[in-house]
Design a protein around this ligand. Structure first.
Ligand SMILES: *[C@@H]1O[C@H](CO)[C@@H](O)[C@H](O)[C@H]1NC(C)=O
Ligand SMILES: *[C@@H]1O[C@H](CO)[C@@H](O)[C@H](O)[C@H]1NC(C)=O
Length: 531
């Protein structure tokens, strides 16, 4: 039995620990994005919850993915009359297929670009309406203010969370790969176009002259989209609620901390900033055992192993001729195949192929029998493939997918094929056999995996540390470069160079005038003398 004094001491000690824990349980407001972005934000929320933080999530009443009634977060629902419908992708998909099949001209490329612009414009228009709805709802804003959040964590590919953090005057942290104006770094760090390929350009960090011209054109397209279609919409909301002196661009660039969903195993090396923390692959984890029926199927593949295929959350329906060709190709292989596919069952489906609605992708990728991942190239899937060291055959469709896959191909770990051309010349079969039979693909991917895993701290733990860091210090102002407050002519020292050039010019002109007048004087003297 403990002496009385010791017991009191222990009691005190445990009270200190308890209160320490309570003090360190912060309040976090999350303004997430839908779709695959929500999938990994949810993983971060679970981790925050398990650290004892309380998390509220802002969503609309027409949310696709963000559900109510989970223990790890509470929802704050904003009723909106209009929501972004992910069917918008289908007409775009049809245009992309036409272009990839070479059945169309420059005109259809232009019309695709217009369609993309209009989709982007609409998405942000709907976001701005949601933000307006939020800011005009006095009760909602008051209750958010009274909640005294320690920080706002948002995905800045949509701008509502950025403005909300400003309205509530709390520190802002990003879970970011994209901002409303393009790839995350572009809004923050110096990004020379000579070796930083723009998204969508399909270029790497080594560019010829012509490729650099192409890169510049893509940069101009991104700038156009941001400058005319996206930023003005958010600026209008800022004007209305915060006054015109608050610039949306400054709010976007002024976040305290950028948790970047990339790392330099995946991304090409580039300049960065002190408040950027790389958490690429934070959602990856060691594989758990498979459900029994899947394990049985995987084991039945014998020495040949298994191929898995998934085209992500967006592409649910493909044209029947493509799915038939994919199924027919799989049927020719000795491997077993697990294919995540919605829609009609292809007529050509072989008996080695299992079609599923959903699959435990991470657990499958970590299974030693998996030989190949047929993927669309979304960031999550590509990073899971890197983490588990499984080589990839990529069937990219849009957004950053081609560029993500290119980063693997460049390192000899993937083959890329246009989805619309899988039916031409057995392209698809050749690509699969190449990656399966040539050991360098697997070797290169495993090397990426080793590099990615060789870090002093796991990416998710790093993210948690830095989120708590911002809460402890009420921001991270000391890490923010002042660059984002500077107008462009100061940022590039244009004013200094101009004033220097002007000074030199004035001195030269003064000299010229002086010598000219001296010379004129002499000449005229000579002239009078000669007369
Ligand atoms: C969401 O809220 C709006 C506005 O109150 C309402 O018109 C709409 O029917 C609601 N939608 C859903 C799916 O609840
Ligand atoms: C699967 O199909 C192949 C050829 O199409 C056939 O040889 C084989 O017996 C079939 N296997 C099963 C288990 O039905």
């Amino acid at each position: 039995m403990l002496p009385q004094g010791n017991a009191t001491f222990l009691l005190l000690l445990s009270m200190v620990f308890l209160s320490w824990r309570v003090c360190h349980g912060g309040k976090i407001l999350i303004v997430p994005l839908e779709g695959s972005h929500w999938v990994n934000m949810d993983i971060m929320i679970k981790a925050l919850h398990s650290q004892g933080h309380s998390v509220d999530v802002v969503r609309t009443n027409q949310s696709w993915y963000i559900q109510d009634g989970f223990p790890h977060y509470k929802t704050i629902t904003v009723p909106v009359s209009e929501a972004f419908n992910h069917d918008f992708i289908n007409p775009i998909l049809i245009k992309i297929f036409d272009i990839e099949r070479g059945e169309s001209s420059f005109l259809s490329f232009a019309s695709l670009q217009l369609e993309m612009f209009s989709a982007m414009f609409n998405m942000h228009r709907i976001m701005c309406k949601m933000a307006t709805k939020m800011f005009t709802d006095k009760d909602l804003m008051n209750s958010l203010k009274e909640s005294k959040y320690d920080l706002v964590l948002t995905d800045p590919a949509w701008g509502a969370g950025i403005m909300l953090a400003h309205a509530l005057k709390v520190p802002l942290v990003y879970n970011v790969r994209w901002t409303t104006s393009g790839e995350g770094h572009l809004a923050l760090a110096p990004s020379p176009l000579s070796y930083i390929p723009m998204t969508g350009s399909g270029l790497t960090d080594k560019m010829t002259f012509i490729q650099r011209v192409k890169n510049l054109i893509f940069y101009a397209i991104w700038q156009f989209q941001d400058g005319f279609l996206i930023s003005p919409q958010y600026q209008a909301v800022c004007d209305k609620f915060f006054g015109p002196e608050v610039r949306y661009r400054n709010l976007l660039q002024g976040a305290d901390l950028w948790l970047m969903r990339a790392d330099f195993v995946f991304e090409f090396p580039r300049p960065t900033m002190p408040n950027v923390v790389y958490i690429g692959g934070f959602q990856c984890k060691p594989a758990k055992p498979l459900p029994e029926h899947l394990e049985e199927f995987v084991q039945s593949s014998g020495e040949h192993g298994v191929i898995i295929m998934s085209l992500g959350t967006f592409v649910s329906e493909l044209p029947a001729d493509i799915t038939n060709k994919v199924a027919a190709t799989f049927a020719q292989l000795p491997q077993k195949v697990i294919w995540r596919h919605k829609g009609d069952r292809p007529a050509t489906l072989g008996n080695n192929t299992l079609i599923v609605d959903w699959m435990p992708q991470n657990d499958l990728l970590g299974h030693p029998k998996i030989k190949l991942f047929v993927a669309h190239g979304g960031t999550n899937g590509v990073q899971e493939a890197i983490y588990h060291g499984v080589p990839v055959v990529g069937l990219p469709v849009f957004f950053d997918q081609y560029d993500n896959l290119l980063r693997l191909k460049q390192r000899g770990a993937a083959q890329i094929l246009a989805l619309a051309t899988v039916d031409k010349n057995n392209n698809f079969l050749k690509a699969i056999q190449e990656v399966l039979n040539e050991p360098s693909y697997r070797f290169n991917m495993q090397r990426l995996s080793t590099l990615h895993r060789d870090q002093p701290i796991k990416p998710l733990d790093n993210a948690l540390f830095w989120i708590e860091f911002v809460m402890r210090h009420k921001g991270a102002a000391h890490l923010k470069a002042v660059s984002y407050r500077l107008p462009w002519y100061i940022y590039h020292s244009v004013d200094v160079v101009l004033s220097f050039l002007t000074t030199v010019a004035v001195i030269i002109i003064l000299h010229l005038v002086f010598f000219r007048s001296v010379c004129l004087g002499k000449c005229s003297i000579r002239k009078t003398n000669g007369k």
